[in-house]
Write a protein that binds this ligand. Structure first.
Ligand code: GLC
Length: 740
């Protein structure tokens, strides 16, 4: 009897599909199809769509646990993550489509964070490029490769603002500033999702981790987050909202609690803000087992309560805890939970599957031909190299130590990152094969074919062994130029990788001192997923570069920069503290009632360190020099109906062409609440030939002056404002205007 019912039901559904008039509104048609499908589903099948489980890997390769395979074939799982590859995803999809009653296709998700096979610079490095179009292109290429291997959905962009470099996941985000991070979040969503989610080379994006995960107390991962709603809205929420506004179809909850309510059970975040205020229509997935973690948070007494409160708060899909699968059918059967809540979650998830075109063709993202041709091709590798060189930040270059002349004959490369391939692709490197990454040594050998390039590791990344120092010093003494390659291992940043100190690990600092005291021309390159307290190097290394983790093409990008083939243009997306004691430290601080005054003890300062950071947000040098002048406004008194129009001139006074990120900051001098000393409100990437001067014009919308007031209303207030323009957040060229 049951089979006949099923057959008739499916026949009705298919007949309905056939009679759909082509001109009917696609959205309504999908909605109607979804409703008819839901009407056929058992409660177990509905909850199956709310369940996401991981694929696993062992020495024989990818595999699916027996219990998950059984669940898939019974329609009790709707999505699998960490599974990719044409053959493997086909096998899993066939389980769902051929064995289940309703043939609902699986969704395949994966952490494609900064590339899938061709690994781009880590997200924090990409942010250092301040090049929005390059960042969008990087996400586009990641989507091309990921979908060529059967994937539909990436758990990216990570949009967590972070102002605490002890937190290892700073590496995954776009830094400390909401304006820059919002533009980057939007670009990444557009890059992943493209113009048509149903196209077989676009990925569903996932805005994570809602919300404010980057403010984990003391920089300790998964720790509590507590802040005013004013700061939450002013600083931490904008990038998530920018990603939602860009059309992201999924959102992921964060592990942390926010003001006492875990994000995964936080109705304010997941319903009132995300859906009611922002109009989000996609689905919400939890982070890994975070429904189960409500038990540890102490806000749920048992599995059923954890499942119920997260569903009621606005969660649609349970990543890996299995709590929905285990408890929701019984709660509904016992009338302890309204099935309509589950239907709504199912509706949201099925809608994304329809949008991806999976109901038209569950195998549309599976193609052996694409898997062979659309991965690590020359164009993709070239884009990764371009992104990488734009991500490098020149921090110091005394006496034009860099670039290294191609006439140099003897180069010594010293340090544990010098011939390193694994660490180059950083954390969250998806399906990237580190053995295919280009090391610094390989990049230099390709760029300086005639030079004698010697390598000595000197020491490990961590540990106290200095036995390699002697050999390192020997090759340094024989060289014409020395490159020190130092930093963190890839696993020292990323998830569960908070550090209580952010010094160079191990004995690398001592190695650097030994080498630099030889007096040889030396450039130090720092590889890390966060700012490090490189104070001594900032004073003593003639040249200093921040290279983050630059991905597959690291070595070539670094060689492009140290050789001057590419004039470095990167700017820091995060502040570099002098020590951990300064943290949290960021450029848009408040002035306080006792701003620092060197002549007054009783002002805001430390006894043992200046207030200023080691390096400021937005800072980065070039091999040439840019001079700013003539900052002029169209008018110095405006109304709320006006735009804020002004221009300035930038001149390249050096001998090399180069790109500059012209930055514009605004200070609200007087308001009903305290305002930051300045905030980034615009920037432009400008390329200037030697001697060239360009007039750069800006027109800011009046919304650039909006802020959240004490009553959380959002808008501007009349008063005086200062505009600062320059090459970093200490820009001194300024002018003032009044909003009447
Ligand atoms: C991890 C991360 C999250 C990731 C998810 C799936 O714990 O917090 O960013 O997307 O699990 O791997």
């Amino acid at each position: 009897m049951r089979n006949l019912t099923t057959f008739l039901s499916i026949a009705i559904l298919l007949a309905f599909n056939a009679c759909q008039s082509p001109q009917s509104n696609k959205k309504d048609a999908i909605g109607t199809k979804i409703d008819s499908l839901i009407s056929l589903m058992t409660i177990e099948e509905k909850v199956g769509q709310l369940t996401l489980y991981t694929s696993d890997m062992d020495q024989t390769g990818a595999y699916i646990r027996k219990e998950y395979e059984s669940d898939i074939k019974q329609g009790k799982v709707g999505a699998i993550f960490n599974a990719y590859g044409a053959d493997y995803t086909r096998r899993l999809q066939e389980m769902a489509v051929n064995s289940t009653r309703l043939r609902i296709p699986l969704l395949f998700g994966y952490d494609v964070i900064h590339g899938h096979r061709t690994i781009f610079p880590v997200p924090l490095a990409e942010a250092a490029s301040w090049n929005i179009s390059a960042i969008q292109n990087a996400a586009r290429i990641a989507a091309e490769e990921a979908t060529a291997e059967g994937l539909h959905w990436t758990f990216a962009p990570m949009c967590d603002i972070s102002r605490d470099p002890r937190w290892g996941r700073m590496v995954e985000g776009a830094g400390e500033d909401p304006f820059l991070a919002s533009l980057i979040a939007e670009a990444r969503v557009k890059g992943f999702q493209g113009d048509d989610l149903a196209s077989n080379n676009t990925l569903a994006a996932c805005v994570k981790h809602l919300a404010a995960y980057g403010a984990s107390q003391a920089g300790r991962d998964y720790h509590a987050v507590d802040m005013s709603e004013n700061i939450l809205r002013e600083v931490y929420l904008p990038p998530y909202k920018a990603a939602v506004d860009a059309g992201a179809v999924t959102v992921m909850t964060s592990f942390n609690d926010l003001n006492g309510i875990p994000a995964t059970a936080n109705k304010f975040l997941l319903t009132d803000l995300l859906r009611d205020e922002w109009g989000f229509e996609g689905f919400v997935v939890t982070d890994y087992t975070s429904i189960m973690e409500l038990l540890h948070h102490g806000v749920a007494a048992d599995t059923a309560e954890a499942a119920a409160i997260s569903l009621k708060a606005g969660v649609d899909m349970d990543m890996q805890s299995g709590f929905f699968q285990k408890t929701l059918p019984t709660l509904v059967e016992n009338k302890q939970l309204d099935e309509a809540l589950i239907d709504e979650a199912v509706r949201r998830i099925l809608k994304v599957k329809f949008q991806l075109g999976l109901f038209d063709d569950p195998y549309r993202y599976i193609s052996k031909e694409r898997e062979e041709n659309d991965i690590m091709n020359p164009a993709q590798l070239e884009a990764a190299r371009d992104m990488a060189k734009r991500s490098i930040v020149l921090l110091r270059n005394e006496k034009q130590t860099l670039p290294i002349s191609t006439k140099v004959k003897n180069i010594a490369v010293i340090g544990p990152m010098g011939d390193n391939k694994r660490d180059m692709i950083g954390s969250w490197s998806a399906a990237g094969d580190w053995s295919k990454s280009v090391s610094l040594m390989e990049g230099l050998q390709a760029r300086y074919p005639g030079a004698n390039i010697q390598f000595a590791k000197g020491c490990e990344i961590e540990g106290t062994d200095k036995t390699g120092f002697r050999e390192a010093k020997q090759i340094a003494e024989k060289a014409d130029f020395v490159i020190l390659a130092l930093g963190e291992a890839y696993w020292m940043s990323g998830e569960a990788a908070s550090r209580s100190t952010i010094d160079l690990p191990g004995v690398q600092q001592e190695l650097a001192a030994l080498i630099i005291e030889t007096g040889k021309p030396t450039a130090t390159i720092i590889f890390s997923g966060r700012p490090l307290t490189i104070n001594w190097l900032a004073e003593n290394s003639p040249a200093l570069l921040q290279a983050w983790f630059l991905g597959t093409q690291s070595g070539h990008a670094l060689a492009d920069v140290v050789s001057g083939y590419y004039n470095p243009s990167g700017k820091l997306p995060v502040t570099f503290p002098r020590n951990v004691g300064q943290i949290p430290i960021y450029y848009s601080m408040k002035n306080t009632g006792r701003p620092f005054d060197a002549n007054n003890k009783y002002t805001s300062k430390y006894l043992d360190v200046p207030n200023e950071p080691l390096y400021a947000f937005g800072y980065g040098l070039s091999y040439t020099k840019f001079v700013y002048s003539k900052l002029q406004m169209d008018k110095h008194s405006i109304t709320a109906q006006d735009s804020i129009r002004f221009s300035l001139e930038v001149q390249n006074t050096g001998k090399l062409a180069g790109e500059e990120v012209v930055q514009v900051y605004v200070h609200d001098q007087l308001a009903t609440i305290t305002r930051p000393v300045r905030e980034l409100k615009a920037f432009k990437n400008v390329f200037l030939k030697p001697g060239e001067t360009q007039k750069i014009s800006f027109s800011l919308p009046i919304e650039a002056l909006y802020f959240y007031k004490a009553d959380l209303s959002y808008g501007s207030e009349p008063g005086k404002f200062t505009i600062f323009a320059g090459g970093d957040s200490n820009a001194s060229l300024s002018t003032a205007f009044e909003l009447r």
